[in-house]
Design a protein around this ligand. Structure first.
Ligand code: ZN
Length: 309
């Protein structure tokens, strides 16, 4: 990283752990810290890292110019004032956070994004060499986030020609990366572009069943997003038969063993919460199952999938 992204002595550099999913409270604390640093507003916020860091940078850039807590803006089109100029530099490929119209945050009541026209980065720097050294498991889980974005977008009712062209491109790139033997440099380049295209695809359509369930799981368990998607996706053959079949091929080809019995220690109330959080993701269900989605999925069915994880 040193030398590739220049900094000035007057820049405020904040190092943030990506061990936990980003939280609204964390955004509020960062905004307070940045505001206390100087009486002038920052000219730009630069997010460098994986999805967590990129989402935090987007949320902070919005909240510097909007009064209140980040939790007040979780939802769709609630942001009133333009964000501070913000730049994204991904060091991990797959989340699509570098291009998406959302910043997904864990709030006091739910895990939901700040979805708005002010959320996307003003500028993005894509340098595949910054993704050198990502541990293999994390590389796979995050790459599968991109693959699942494509499956959910292409199989959803919100699909349109714009999203389809990006989704098909990203799906093809994912299959090359995870099912063939590319050299490492080509693999990094292709996965970085897959992430971008997958993000573009969902920016104008929507994700689906896997993301709804994954949000519920990580709300209760704190499971990282990519891993959470993988854990739920393998149980979704009823919804995405072809997608799950190819996912399993990729997983075996890459020698990835997913954690087992993840929800074994969950209490009744944990299962209820994760089920309710998943069920509350209405646009995702509507995209996946249609306007009458409530007649096609029940709380019991969702809960049963969680017990298998
Ligand atoms: Zn995702």
């Amino acid at each position: 990283m040193h030398g590739r992204v220049p900094a000035l002595p007057s820049d405020l550099l904040i190092l943030i752990s990506a061990d936990e999913e980003p939280k609204t409270q964390q955004v509020d604390t960062l905004v307070a810290r940045i505001s206390a640093h100087s009486s002038d507003k920052p000219v730009a916020i630069v997010g460098i890292g994986g999805g967590t860091l990129l989402d935090l940078a987007k949320a902070v850039a919005i909240m510097i110019n909007n009064k209140g807590s980040a939790a007040d803006f979780q939802g769709w089109d609630l942001v009133r004032h333009k964000a501070v100029y913000h730049i994204g530099i991904p060091t991990l490929s797959g989340t699509g956070a570098e291009v998406s119209r959302t910043t997904v945050l864990l709030g006091p009541e739910r895990k939901l994004g700040i979805n708005s026209d002010h959320t996307p980065f003003d500028q993005v720097v894509l340098d595949p060499d910054l993704a050198i050294g990502v541990p293999k498991d994390q590389w796979f889980y995050t790459g599968m986030d991109c693959y699942i974005h494509c499956v959910e977008s292409l199989n959803g009712g919100y699909i349109n020609t714009f999203s389809k062209s990006y989704g098909e491109m990203a799906l093809k790139l994912c299959e090359e990366v995870f099912l063939t033997d590319l050299d490492p440099e080509e693999s990094r380049e292709k996965l970085m572009m897959a992430s971008w295209h997958g993000g573009m695809s969902i920016a104008y359509s929507q994700v689906g069943v896997a993301h709804a369930l994954s949000y519920g799981l990580s709300y209760v368990m704190g499971t990282p997003h990519g891993l959470g998607n993988c854990l739920v996706f393998r149980h979704l053959e009823d919804f995405y038969p072809e997608g799950v079949r190819i996912f399993e091929q990729m997983r075996k080809k890459q020698g990835i063993a997913l954690p087992q019995n993840v929800t074994r220690s969950c209490s009744e109330s944990d299962f209820n919460t994760m089920t309710e959080v998943a069920y509350s993701m209405e646009p995702l269900w509507e995209n996946a199952l249609g306007e009458d989605w409530q007649s096609k999925i029940s709380l019991d069915q969702i809960r049963e999938i969680f017990t298998k994880i």
